[in-house]
Ligand binder design. Structure first.
Ligand SMILES: NC(=O)c1ccc[n+]([C@@H]2O[C@H](COP(=O)([O-])OP(=O)(O)OC[C@H]3O[C@@H](n4cnc5c(N)ncnc54)[C@H](OP(=O)(O)O)[C@@H]3O)[C@@H](O)[C@H]2O)c1
Length: 277
């Protein structure tokens, strides 16, 4: 599906906003513009609701389902920019629409993504492509398209939705884990490259979250542990990522501990993960 990025509702971005300073940074008190992908559902929608409640952001909202995206736009006062991000062309359409509509994009929250669960030998090649295109390709392309104007202004935030699956690897989710794992060195490398530019990069890595993600992948979450957290908890972490300086945030925080064990004692970690799933 390819939808034209026609704004459904008009945010205050650009219209009536205070002008930028000579360096292009928002004038004091001016609301900043955030582009949220995956905003039609789950975590992205929760981020939109949270940022709207704070009143400091003008929101540009991306998803594919026009009805669900429109409902989030109506609730948050954001502008709906429905585009399929499974191709570089879709990413270009969204970036152009976002910059045309909001005049600038101060923050990208890259939350669009999808899963697939089952034995890798059963995974249709088209599903492999879809996960790689959306979970990795769209993030890389959108960052490439939006970063230059952030660097030119000397400020910006990139918040990428990874997953603990990408940190640890998960049985039955090999490709999903690989796509999320790819974001770790991407974010790390960008952080080195962007040092001193005023543009920050944060990787938010949730464990299981109670969203339609599992229904969308047609495979329910069946583990008894860890228990899924509400999407609002991830939205709070994203808000912290946008305003703070942390390079990575794991949700819930205790899920960062297994990662440290894995780093220090990989064989022990592997034995425990095999035993406890
Ligand atoms: N839920 C979890 O347990 C969990 C855990 C760790 C990380 N994450 C990550 O968090 C992010 C959000 O997941 P979620 O839980 O909110 O899942 P979700 O409820 O299924 O939402 C996924 C979002 O991605 C969008 N999307 C999917 N394919 C797209 C495409 N081709 N083009 C544009 N948008 C597309 C969907 O748009 P439409 O519905 O409009 O098509 C939807 O808005 C994902 O990156 C996911 O991998 C989720």
């Amino acid at each position: 599906m390819r939808a034209s990025p026609t704004p459904r509702s008009t945010p205050a971005a650009g219209a009536g906003a205070k002008p930028s300073d000579a360096a292009g940074r928002p004038a004091r008190g001016r609301r900043r513009v955030a582009l949220i992908t995956g905003a039609s559902s789950g975590i992205g929608a929760a981020v939109a609701v949270r940022l709207a409640a704070g009143g400091r952001w003008d929101l540009l909202l991306n998803g594919r389902d026009r009805d669900r995206l429109g409902a989030v736009a109506d609730r948050t006062g954001g502008a709906a920019l429905p585009v399929d991000l499974a191709s570089p062309d879709g990413c270009r359409q969204l970036a152009e629409a976002a910059l045309a509509h909001g005049d600038r994009v101060d923050a990208l929250v890259a939350a669009a993504g999808l899963g697939w669960a089952g034995a890798y030998t059963d995974m249709p090649p088209a599903a492999v492509d879809r996960l790689v295109d959306v979970n990795v390709g769209a993030v890389l392309h959108l960052v490439r398209l939006l970063l230059p104007q952030m660097v030119a202004r000397g400020s910006g935030s990139l918040v990428l939705l990874g997953s603990v699956a990408g940190r640890f690897g998960v049985r039955g989710e090999a490709v999903y884990a690989a796509t999320k794992g790819a974001l770790i060195p991407f974010a790390e490398s960008l952080r080195y490259e962007l040092r001193g530019t005023g543009v920050r990069v944060c990787l938010v890595q949730p464990g299981p979250v109670d969203t339609p993600f599992f229904a969308h992948r047609h495979a329910p979450y069946t583990r008894s542990w860890p228990r899924p957290v509400p999407a609002g908890r991830v939205a709070a972490a994203v808000e912290e990522a946008l305003t703070g300086r942390r390079p990575e945030i794991t949700v819930p925080r205790w899920l960062g501990t297994p990662g440290r064990v894995q780093g220090m004692a990989p064989n022990l970690f592997r034995r425990l993960a095999t035993r406890f799933g």
